[in-house]
Design a protein around this ligand. Structure first.
Ligand SMILES: Nc1ncnc2c1ncn2[C@@H]1O[C@H](COP(=O)(O)OP(=O)(O)OP(=O)(O)O)[C@@H](O)[C@H]1O
Ligand SMILES: Nc1nc2c(c(=O)[nH]1)N=C(CO)CN2
Length: 172
């Protein structure tokens, strides 16, 4: 069984609905379980800053699928929810990135894992640490908590689930 962590982000349209719908679509995939969800964070835009604030979260996936198959599902989910690519790091109704796939280092033309910018992004690190508090970066061995130090600015918890799955399975 493979364990992957996906980063979800939205700053266009009904952001909460986008996250919820993306998780629902992931759950409809055969051979893939969305096992755990982080809280949802409201985060200042990074990279291109002249855009609306984001909602971000991280989900844990358990699956027998390989990383490329999971990437395909992520891209398909973005398409289904109507993502239009405007420009790099620009606004998006939904973004799904693979952060980690087991502890593997994957370097393919269309897929790099661990995600090359994950350790520079508070909007990734804080939700990820909720799910893997003792996690370390597979390539550097540096704890995610260490990377997160100094990256808290502009990252605020927006909704906590208190152990309850707010995107409940009853919705499926
Ligand atoms: N770990 C990864 N997760 C998701 N996509 C990846 C990954 N590594 C490479 N890619 C490739 O990146 C392409 C562009 O992704 P996307 O448009 O979501 O980038 P972005 O979210 O704007 O920027 P960033 O990569 O900095 O998060 C995808 O089509 C995919 O082939
Ligand atoms: N706060 C925030 N900033 C971003 C995000 C994101 O999801 N949240 N995604 C980006 C490209 O992946 C670029 N900048």
């Amino acid at each position: 069984m493979n364990t992957a962590y996906l980063s979800l982000g939205s700053n266009l349209g009904d952001r909460y609905e986008m996250l919820r719908d993306a998780i629902q679509l992931l759950r409809q995939q055969t051979g893939l379980e969305v096992s755990r969800l982080s809280s949802i964070y409201e985060t200042d835009p990074v990279g291109y800053t002249e855009q609306a604030i984001f909602l971000n979260m991280v989900v844990e996936i358990k699956s027998e699928l390989c990383a490329e198959e999971i990437l395909f599902i992520c891209l398909e989910t973005e398409q289904t929810l109507g993502r239009i690519r405007q420009f790099r790091w620009g606004p998006r109704c939904i973004d799904l990135d693979i952060l980690l796939f087991n502890d593997e280092n994957i370097e393919l033309e269309k897929l790099t894992v661990p995600h090359p910018r994950m350790h520079e992004r508070g909007f990734v690190l804080f939700p990820l640490i909720e799910l893997v508090p003792d996690g370390v970066h597979p390539l550097t061995g540096v704890p995610f908590g260490k990377y997160a130090e100094g990256q808290k600015e502009g990252v605020h918890i927006w909704k906590t689930f208190g152990g309850v799955d707010a995107f409940g399975r009853s919705e499926n």
